[in-house]
Design a protein around this ligand. Structure first.
Ligand code: DQA
Length: 154
């Protein structure tokens, strides 16, 4: 049997604190819960998942570079680097893979500095405000994309 396509699910700074971090904003689910959700949904969709988190910008850049060869697609919640990192944008553009951007909270209901994303220009879609479910929906969108879905990745 052919190997299932591998999707990198990359999480940026402070997402390791999910469950303890501002529960009114991010809820009670931990990052381990999010990983479990991703693995269950990926298996149902015929995808394999490599789930990672880092507090370091350069490490995230390195993982996106790795995805260029190793992954069929990328789901990324870059955390606060979403709003600051040209380096992550450049890496994502270089990866030339379908990218879905996820945010647990609805960034548009929050401070204005969260309204701009450096990641979005590299993404085929963005999911915000739906909690951990957003990751599952992102995997579904990627599976559709990898099957040759209607919206072609650039
Ligand atoms: C976040 C939103 C960002 O603004 C914030 O810096 C995060 C988490 C989210 O998932 O809602 O760390 O990406």
């Amino acid at each position: 049997m052919a190997k299932p396509p591998l999707v990198f699910v990359l999480n940026g700074p402070n997402l390791n604190m999910l469950g303890q971090r501002q529960p009114k904003v991010y809820g009670r689910a931990t990052l381990a819960d999010v990983e479990k959700l991703c693995r269950t949904r990926a298996e149902a969709l015929g995808l394999a998942v490599d789930f990672r988190q880092s507090n370091l910008e350069g490490e995230l850049v390195g993982w996106v570079q790795e995805a260029r060869k190793a992954a069929a697609g990328i789901v990324i919640n870059a955390g606060a680097y979403t709003h600051t990192s040209v380096a992550i944008l450049d890496a994502l553009l270089t990866a030339e893979k379908p990218v879905i951007e996820v945010h647990i909270s609805n960034v548009f209901r929050r401070e204005s500095f969260r309204h701009h994303s450096y990641v979005s220009p590299a993404a085929i879609g963005v999911i915000v405000g739906l909690g951990p479910l957003g990751y599952a929906l992102a995997l579904e969108a990627l599976a559709d994309q990898l099957r040759g879905g209607r919206r072609k990745a650039r």
